[in-house]
Design a protein around this ligand. Structure first.
Ligand code: OGA
Ligand code: NI
Length: 342
């Protein structure tokens, strides 16, 4: 398999192949500020609290985080550290499999249930990104590689739990918009919705400042839930600056996606983020799950949020068409939302 991991392991790499050298990266680094401490933190246990006052305060905080940041750390979410560690451990084992054993999963077809590859999309990437990946659709139907042993079972348990967490967050988000608790669930067919697992593998790099793991982009779904091993690399764009994210231990990183922006008619904007490579010695692994509607759902702004002063700003599009649109282009900060803005 063509992979950066293999590239790094097979050569005693001291210089970076020119097709990986990312032009914008170095200059971007100068505007990175360390403001990590002010990234919002949401306490999940308060969000599902039976104490109405505690819950409504948490919902307010959740709405503020979505509106002002499109990003927050989620603590006390109830997913065990053991399960998280097992997901990371077995993911490492998957990427460590000999290429022969991963061959059957290599695919560039967007709707193949399991896809393994490198960069973002080799057909359109002008620069290659320092990242290998495994992507699996895990809902409504669960698919995952049958090796290494235990991987699939671990992923099934983990993605089920992350779906439950996201379900509760979406209820809180509906309430934060003064909509009924199940509004987004019903409008977006969330219970039978699509969930895509993306495991990113960023190998060590001798000159990390020259390459990019994933360039600036937005995610397509409603919300993305992400965790990582002990190495950082995620940066979010906030008020025109890049902010590095150093997660609180055991937290999940949650970001808004394009479809949340559409249904809220732009109130909760989809956040621009990227993954830089910082490590010369160790690989960074991040595990994301992107939660969206069913593929056939036509996503439009919620009529309840529209008014004469706030007319619909986006044309309706099915989730399937939207995914296809995103995959057909280079990954870029100006998301595919530009295509459907009225
Ligand atoms: C993604 C993504 C960030 C990271 O997979 O869409 O933004 O930190 N990943 O790996
Ligand atoms: Ni992303």
């Amino acid at each position: 398999m063509f992979s950066v991991k293999r590239l790094v392991e097979s050569n005693n790499l001291s210089s970076i192949p020119s097709n990986y050298i990312c032009q914008t990266n170095i200059q971007d680094y100068s505007i990175v500020l360390n403001e990590t401490e002010i990234i919002p933190t949401i306490d999940f246990s308060q969000l599902i609290s039976s104490n109405p006052k505690e819950r409504s305060m948490a919902i307010q905080k959740l709405g503020d985080a979505c509106r002002d940041w499109g990003f927050f750390m989620l603590i006390n979410h109830g997913v065990s550290e053991t399960l998280r560690d097992e997901v990371l451990r077995t993911s490492q084992c998957f990427f460590d499999l000999p290429s022969e054993e991963k061959k059957e999963y290599i695919s560039e077809k967007l709707f193949d249930p399991i896809r393994c590859g490198t960069s973002f999309n080799l057909k359109v990437d002008k620069t290659l990104y320092w990242r290998d990946y495994l992507k699996c659709y895990v809902h409504p139907q669960f698919d995952a590689p049958s090796k290494p042993p235990g991987f699939s079972e671990t992923l099934e348990e983990y993605t089920t739990k992350s779906r439950e967490v996201i379900g509760e967050l979406l209820k809180g988000i509906s309430l934060s918009l003064s909509l009924e608790e199940n509004y987004i669930h019903n409008m977006m067919n969330v219970d039978s919705g699509s969930q895509l697992l993306v495991i990113n593998y960023y190998p060590p790099c001798p000159k990390p400042e020259l390459v990019m793991g994933l360039p600036a982009h937005t995610d397509h779904g409603l919300l993305t839930l992400l965790m990582q091993n002990e190495h950082s690399g995620l940066q979010i764009e906030h008020n025109g600056k890049w902010i590095p994210v150093n997660p609180v231990p055991n937290s999940f990183l949650i970001n808004t996606g394009d479809h949340l922006e559409i249904i809220t008619n732009g109130k909760y904007k989809s956040i621009v983020h990227r993954a830089v490579v910082m490590n010369k010695k160790a690989a960074r692994i991040s595990v994301g799950t992107a939660h969206g509607p069913t593929l056939d759902t036509i996503v439009t702004p919620a009529p309840e949020l529209l008014s004469k002063d706030n007319p619909s700003a986006y044309r309706g599009i099915t989730y399937r068409d939207y995914l296809q649109l995103q995959q057909s282009r280079e990954l870029a900060r100006n998301s595919c939302l530009d295509y459907i803005r009225i």
